[in-house]
Design a protein around this ligand. Structure first.
Ligand code: SAM
Length: 288
């Protein structure tokens, strides 16, 4: 087996020799723990027929193990200072392609079409935390042929993605993530497995992406509009929150809530995904 890149001594030597400085604003906290890496690989159940998209390879710590397990790895890194390092650390892996780009600007559908055609595609990454939510939503909303997303995120965000109605962490992100996928927290991760140490605790979350969203809605734009309105005004009743967040008058909202059988005095954060779907379908019927 090749030299493991997660050893703190190895990482220090490499970054010193290249004069690399960690960038806080790019969310650079590199993994220095082999057990966590093994856990990520194991839980992703990677096969040789899998094509992996990694977001932010850093110096290649996780990438190395991904290359050994998968058929092909596409790693997208924004920081050009890491490119010469990756060229050195991962030179022996011929099933790897590094793309120098901002993940939020990558046409992932095209990338899959061009580079991972006919493979089962998984996203596996230790995400840059400053853009966790936009990355996750991009991966889910674009309805890509992705089977699984296994990512390290802030623990607080993992809890929000997984939360159920009534839980304090339940919000618009919970419903959006659970519309497209089944989330499961794989492992809690302490601060001391990163270099440098982040200020927050972390967790690895696995999103099993559904072939079709878990509920069928007549209009997704209305559905997400209802969710935004319901959670936008947490202390208000559902009726008042919808009244200020949706372009319909109060009487109409009362009428449509009555049709759905959902009590207008409830708070938005008590509604489950099916109830949000029922409301949004009634709105669709009313305005069409
Ligand atoms: N995978 C490495 C590891 O686990 O040690 C590094 C993980 S580090 C938390 C996040 C990585 O994402 C960094 O390498 C950072 O430069 C990169 N990054 C930050 N913003 C990015 C963006 N918009 N697109 C692609 N990569 C980005």
């Amino acid at each position: 087996q090749s030299k493991r890149l997660y050893s703190p001594a190895v990482i220090k030597e490499i970054i010193e020799r290249h004069g690399f400085k960690f960038s806080k604003s790019l969310g650079q906290n590199f993994l220095i723990d082999g057990n966590i890496i093994h856990k990520i690989i194991e839980e992703s159940s990677i096969k040789k027929s899998d094509g992996i998209i990694e977001i932010g390879p850093g110096i290649g710590t996780l990438t190395q193990s991904l290359c050994e397990a998968a058929g092909k790895v596409i790693a997208i890194e924004l920081d050009n200072k890491l490119l010469p390092i990756l060229e050195e650390t991962l030179q022996e892996y011929h099933n790897l392609e590094i793309i120098h780009k901002d993940i939020l600007k990558v046409d992932i559908n095209r990338l899959i079409e061009e580079k991972l055609r006919d493979m089962e595609v998984k996203v596996v990454a230790n995400l840059p935390y400053y853009i966790t939510t936009p990355i996750i939503m991009k991966l889910l909303e674009e309805k890509l042929c992705i089977e699984k997303i296994v990512v390290m995120v802030q623990k607080e965000v993992a809890l929000r993605m997984k939360a159920s109605p009534g839980n304090k962490d339940y919000g618009a992100l919970s419903v959006a993530v659970q519309y497209y996928s089944k989330p499961e927290i794989v492992v809690d991760v302490p601060k001391n497995v990163f270099m440098p140490r982040p200020n927050v605790d972390s967790a690895v979350i696995m999103l099993d992406v559904y072939k079709e969203p878990v509920v069928k809605v007549k209009d997704e734009k209305i559905f997400f509009g209802v969710i935004k309105a319901a959670f936008g005004q947490r202390r208000k009743t559902l009726l008042n929150a919808l009244n200020s967040g949706i372009d319909l008058n109060k009487e109409d909202i009362e009428k449509l809530l009555e049709k759905t059988g959902i009590e207008p005095k409830r708070r938005g954060e008590t509604l489950d995904i099916n109830e949000f779907a029922r409301i949004s379908d009634e709105i669709y019927e009313m305005i069409n």
